[in-house]
Design a protein around this ligand. Structure first.
Ligand SMILES: *[C@@H]1O[C@H](CO)[C@@H](O)[C@H](O)[C@H]1NC(C)=O
Ligand SMILES: *[C@@H]1O[C@H](CO)[C@@H](O)[C@H](O)[C@H]1NC(C)=O
Ligand SMILES: *[C@@H]1O[C@H](CO)[C@@H](O)[C@H](O)[C@H]1NC(C)=O
Ligand SMILES: CC(=O)N[C@H]1CO[C@H](CO)[C@@H](O)[C@@H]1O
Length: 579
């Protein structure tokens, strides 16, 4: 049983082994004394989005201030306090990744014999905590991907930049070889990673099932899902289908796919499909459910899927849509409402999925489409946001949330290797704050497969993070009810912290870190820093302190050397790749 309270800032969690985990957001800069601001270097920066140096000002403390001492009553054995529910059981691979197909060779390796070692370490960190990891390889670039026997220069994938598909997505057509799939398979031979692949849907009159045939043959049981197309509700907007294209048309195309797979003797498992993978842009999921999609294809559907970003930054990437100032947008990511409002349109669908005995996955998400925001997507605030949103998805009965990696042209990558044009096995990776969200989530949910997540609406349902002044430490009194008792002095706390929500890099989880946002080998550095939480067995409560500034470390840390420094709502594409 995993119990969780409140929003960004304080997540006391009671784990099965009765240790207490507090995910801590440390203090933001006090109002008016913010030290970091957009520097001249950032203003003049012209490089790729992934290395944009913009550091925003930490938003001001909520006004009125939040209550700094409050009680949280936990109820034992799966019972939920009034007004909140227990989620379905969740697995340790809940928080996974979505990797745009065109950047597979910037994340996983060069080919099957040259794997990206830091990536293996990152997956191993998650496996150690959650037992397994899931990664989706797909996105807009899956739609035109063609499996070929070889490429002229021997690479595992090639983009045809001269053949940009449409004015709208600017997504390059892609060719790839079986070697890409061998690379994934060789990863799974070392770390417990399962894969979702995407079936190209650009031309369902001439389906290309090579990725299904080869994917199954090469990945075996590590292939767990096959997405039937990507964001079909945007096909008309992206000019990939006529403007009349409807959920019924998509329904019909999936029938064509199922029939083609049925008559393909090279495909043994015909029941791994995932759909409808709507962006929830032009269609709601209900519009697809109401075609009879799930009942008609129940046997073939292993997963139900959606994809969504809370907002977009298309104005900056493409000059279209609404300009959103990152500084003014930042506070939207720093409260508990953000995750709740992204998830709200899907609550009916997670319920619907349960009535059909299916699992709903958020196949692609991150801070904002069209690449995320400078100074938000790569800040500590994004780590807290990703964790709160991930927990909210789990609480809301999604079965996974996969955070997107889009390449050098986006601000939000979870991890990406530092120099894509150099041989990469010895290259460090750039680990972004969202990876810490994954780490914490894997540790909190664990590998039992029995964890349930609950939003306790703590502190009178306050949506806000902790006060930003060091004078405003918060103390949570966690009371354990229902006959469970606490033992004095044996409870341990670990903190996720940084000096400011706007900080890039040098985040710590239990005292350990990947250092700066740039250049890590994927191993956590430093010794684990675990705090003892005082519990009182006479009152059955534990007092958890959540200071508004970073705790002094109880151990020394090894610093890592830094190496270097939808158009409208349907623009979920970066200029080159991404989602
Ligand atoms: C894999 O990539 C390495 C480094 O670029 C190269 O030396 C090797 O020949 C490649 N292997 C294959 C099978 O293409
Ligand atoms: C929930 O989804 C089902 C299936 O699409 C639909 O029939 C029902 O009307 C939806 N309910 C609400 C409240 O939207
Ligand atoms: C999640 O599913 C459980 C089990 O069906 C249900 O009791 C709970 O209300 C659901 N939670 C939400 C937020 O819909
Ligand atoms: C375990 C596994 O999948 N090994 C594969 C690694 O990749 C090579 C191709 O380069 C395959 O031949 C191996 O089977």
């Amino acid at each position: 049983m995993l119990l969780r309270t409140l929003a960004l800032g304080i997540f006391p969690a009671l784990l099965t082994h009765a240790s207490i985990t507090v995910y801590y957001q440390a203090g933001q800069s006090p109002l008016g004394t913010s030290t970091s601001t957009i520097t001249a270097a950032a203003a003049n920066y012209t490089g790729s989005a992934a290395y944009n140096p913009t550091v925003l000002e930490a938003p001001p403390v909520p006004n009125p201030a939040i209550t700094t001492a409050f009680d949280v009553q936990l109820v034992a054995n799966g019972a939920a306090p009034a007004g909140t529910f227990m989620s379905i059981t969740q697995e340790g691979n809940f928080f996974g990744f979505s990797v745009e197909m065109s950047v597979a060779n910037q994340v996983f390796g060069t080919n099957a014999s040259v794997l990206q070692v830091p990536f293996l370490n990152l997956m191993a960190n998650l496996q150690q905590r959650g037992g397994k990891v899931q990664v989706r390889v797909g996105g807009n670039t899956q739609e035109t991907a063609v499996l070929v026997d070889s490429t002229p220069d021997g690479k595992i994938l090639e983009k045809d930049l001269s053949g940009l598909l449409t004015l709208y997505t600017q997504t390059p057509p892609l060719v790839f070889t079986r070697e890409l799939l061998y690379m994934l398979s060789n990863i799974s031979a070392l770390v417990n990673v399962d894969w979702h692949l995407g079936i190209p849907f650009n031309d369902t009159n001439n389906l290309r099932l090579g990725i299904v045939e080869a994917g199954e043959a090469i990945l075996g049981n590590h292939l767990i899902g096959l997405q039937a197309g990507n964001e079909p509700d945007l096909y008309a907007d992206h000019q990939h289908r006529p403007s009349t294209y409807s959920p019924f048309d998509y329904f019909g195309e999936v029938r064509v796919l199922i029939d083609a797979m049925a008559s393909d003797s090279s495909i043994t498992n015909k029941n791994l499909l995932a759909g409808p993978n709507v962006a929830t842009g032009d269609w709601t999921p209900e519009m697809v459910w109401d075609t009879g999609f799930v009942d008609s294809y129940s046997e073939q559907l292993a997963w139900l899927g959606v994809e969504h970003y809370p907002t977009d930054n298309c104005f900056v990437q493409f000059g279209t849509g609404t300009f959103r100032d990152p500084q003014l947008t930042f506070p939207n990511y720093l409260n508990h409402s953000s995750g709740q409002s992204i998830v709200a349109p899907y609550l009916n669908s997670t319920n619907f999925a349960q009535t059909k005995n299916k699992k709903l996955i958020m196949f692609e998400t991150n801070t904002a489409s069209c690449g995320g925001f400078a100074g938000i997507s790569d800040s500590f605030g994004a780590a807290l946001w990703g964790l709160d949103y991930g927990m909210q998805m789990a609480y809301s009965n999604f079965s996974a949330g996969l955070f997107h990696v889009g390449g050098q042209s986006v601000f939000y990558n979870v991890t990406i290797h530092t120099s894509p044009n150099e041989p990469i096995d010895i290259q460090p990776m750039d680990n972004r704050p969202i990876y810490y969200s994954a780490l914490v989530m894997a540790e909190a949910i664990g590998a039992t497969g029995t964890a349930q997540v609950q939003d306790l609406n703590a502190n009178d349902n306050s949506i806000y993070t902790l006060p930003i002044s060091g004078a405003s430490d918060v103390t949570v009194s966690l009371a354990i009810g229902g006959g469970q008792t606490v033992r004095m002095g044996v409870h341990l706390g670990v903190y996720l912290q940084a000096a400011s929500v706007s900080q890039k890099g040098n985040i710590t989880w239990a005292g350990q870190t990947f250092g700066e946002n740039f250049g890590s080998d994927g191993r956590l550095q430093g010794s684990e820093d675990i705090t003892t939480v005082q519990c009182d067995s006479s009152t059955n409560t534990c007092s958890i302190k959540v200071p508004a500034h970073p705790l002094p470390s109880s151990s020394s840390r090894t610093a890592i050397t830094a190496k270097k420094a939808h158009r409208k709502r349907h623009c979920d594409d970066g200029p080159d790749e991404d989602g």
